[in-house]
Design a binder for this molecule. Structure first.
Ligand SMILES: [Zn+2]
Length: 225
């Protein structure tokens, strides 16, 4: 978990104490998350906070990241995920602030996201005034109505920034790094050609499906198969 958090720093995704990564043990029903406000360079494994799925602290002396309730909403709704990462990485946040989904302009995007990176609707005032972090999770779930979190491992929260997830914390951090790279190249694409159109379906399918799904063939076989 510490390594997943530090990966965000090493890849230039976080400033100061921004951002947080968590992981879940489904067997134990326990979540491990970054503590709130501790500088990354001083963070040690014992600073991480263990909570249950209701956010009750089970282990650790520090307060968990204030975004914990968002992570918990995602773990409860997206039962296939094992890690969640939130950053304010520059280009993904720019798209989130522009409240624009990121179109799939090329094969790098198509390798990871089966379609555009969704953006949430702005949250109504009563949700912001209420349980804000939990309601941020609810806004993400609304954006995923009819969408599959396994096919789209990240989202832009309007006027805020990206959340990414994966089968574990390491994959979630990796997907957050990829999401920032996609946001950056998509920004350059639209700058160079404001009429740039998304990748065609055949090329998109070819790239996504060779890495994911039952007939994937990219990389090395797993489990000796
Ligand atoms: Zn944030």
């Amino acid at each position: 978990m510490l390594e997943a958090n530090l990966e965000l720093v090493h890849r230039g995704l976080v400033l100061y104490t921004f951002g947080n990564a968590s992981g879940i043990s489904r067997d134990h029903g326990l979540v491990v998350i970054k503590p709130s406000g501790v500088p990354y360079e001083k963070m040690k494994p014992e600073h991480l906070v263990v909570t249950d799925l209701d956010g009750k602290i089970v282990e650790g002396n520090l307060r968990p990241s204030s975004d914990l309730p968002t992570h918990l909403v995602l773990y409860k709704a997206f039962t296939e995920i094992g890690g969640v990462v939130h950053t304010h990485s520059e280009y993904a946040t720019a798209w989130a602030q522009a409240r624009r989904e990121i179109p799939c302009f090329g094969t790098t995007h198509a390798d990871y996201f089966y379609g555009p990176v969704p953006v949430t609707e702005p949250m109504p005032d009563h949700e912001i005034a209420g349980e804000y972090e939990k309601n941020t999770g609810t806004a993400i779930l609304r954006a995923f109505s009819g969408r599959n979190p396994s096919d789209l491992p990240g989202v832009l929260v309007a006027n805020h920034g990206p959340f990414a997830w994966g089968e574990n914390a390491e994959t979630a951090a990796h997907n957050a790094v990829i999401l920032e790279a996609l946001a950056r190249t998509a920004y350059f694409t639209t700058t160079l050609n404001q009429q740039a159109s998304p990748i065609g379906k055949t090329l998109h399918d070819r790239h996504y499906l060779r890495k994911h799904g039952s007939s994937s063939y990219y990389g090395q076989a797993k489990d000796g198969k």
